[in-house]
Write a protein that binds this ligand. Structure first.
Ligand code: GYE
Length: 316
């Protein structure tokens, strides 16, 4: 065998073995909690994608508490993970811990929710939905619907997400911006239902008890709160989706079932299946490849009249 051929053969034998034995990349991931169907699907996507990508995942559930997330991030830093990813429960208060990660040379990826920091170099990239746009889409549906009864004033109640969280702040902002087009659309009450079914139901019950004004529309920042509120509306002897129009966000299976039953009018899609993109990003960042600072997700709007047809295609 000529020397060149021998050298090539040797390289072919050695190279794959060297790659196979390279230490797997380790990611520390701090999740918000398990507050909604969206979140459960998001966690499942991240865990499955890490396995698929051969990434060792250290997963911590913060139970909707920022202090738990800060603790988890500090423990990932102490363990010297290759990359940290997290979905910040609220927007503010991250500067100190993110500076610690930066000082340790560990890149940080924000997933799903954004942060407000003094220095944008404290994270490498943010992958997630455009929540303001989701709020605008929700408003657009209502403005179009209201145009069918031009002179009727519609009283809206709003169930906000977790106080101080990016989706609660932005979905409120986008919706308010969108309904300005029609002065007959007024938000008469607005309170947090913490993104959960139980709290959504409880707050809706209290809205319904205040009998000073008729409620025509419910805008819920996620499907779970809308589903909780649907129960409250039924228990109050009213027909959800008919007596009170209901708009929500996420597009989870439960929302499609509610739409199929005629109890929810519309859901704006927010895709939780971020796992595969997140793992690819982690690999690129560790390999020092350039990545975009902001990565958005493409999403649609689904109404009750197409729910039955769409339900079998839903992946979460
Ligand atoms: O809409 C809600 C969840 O941050 C986009 O958090 C996420 C939101 C989602 O609890 O259901």
């Amino acid at each position: 065998m000529n020397p060149l051929r021998r050298a090539l053969l040797a390289a072919a034998l050695v190279l794959p073995a060297a790659t196979a034995f390279a230490a797997p990349l380790t990611m520390g991931f701090s999740q918000v909690g398990a507050e909604s169907e969206w979140r459960t699907a998001n966690t499942a996507s991240i865990k499955a994608a890490a396995k698929e990508a051969g990434i060792t995942l250290k997963f911590a559930d913060a139970q909707q508490k920022q202090e738990n997330q800060v603790k988890a991030l500090r423990s990932f830093i102490a363990q010297k993970v290759d990359v940290i990813a997290f979905s910040p429960v609220v927007e503010s208060g991250w500067d100190t811990v993110l500076k610690e990660a930066k000082a340790a040379g560990i890149p940080v990826i924000l997933t799903d929710r954004a942060v407000k920091v003094s220095d944008p170099s404290l994270y490498v990239t943010f992958i997630g939905s455009d929540f303001v746009e989701e709020g605008r889409k929700a408003a657009k549906w209502l403005v179009e619907r209201a145009a069918k009864t031009p002179n009727a004033a519609l009283n809206i109640v709003e169930l906000q997400g977790t106080v101080g969280s990016a989706p609660a702040i932005d979905r409120k902002k986008g919706f308010e911006e969108g309904i300005k087009a029609n002065p007959k659309l007024q938000i008469i009450r607005s309170q947090s239902g913490e993104f959960t079914r139980a709290k959504g139901k409880e707050v809706m019950e209290s809205f319904l008890k205040q009998r000073d004004k008729k409620i025509d529309v419910l805008y819920a920042h996620n499907d779970d709160m809308a589903i909780g509120a649907i129960q409250a509306i039924e228990e109050a002897g009213l027909k959800p989706g008919v007596d009170i129009l209901i708009i929500s966000i996420d597009g989870v299976r439960g929302a499609f079932e509610a739409m199929k039953a005629g109890k929810l009018n519309v859901t704006v899609e927010c895709n939780p299946l971020l796992g595969p993109q997140l793992m690819q990003l982690a690999k690129d960042i560790v390999a020092k490849k350039p990545v975009d600072k902001r990565i958005t997700v493409n999403e649609g709007v689904f109404t009750a009249d197409t729910a039955a047809k769409e339900l079998p295609n839903r992946k979460y």
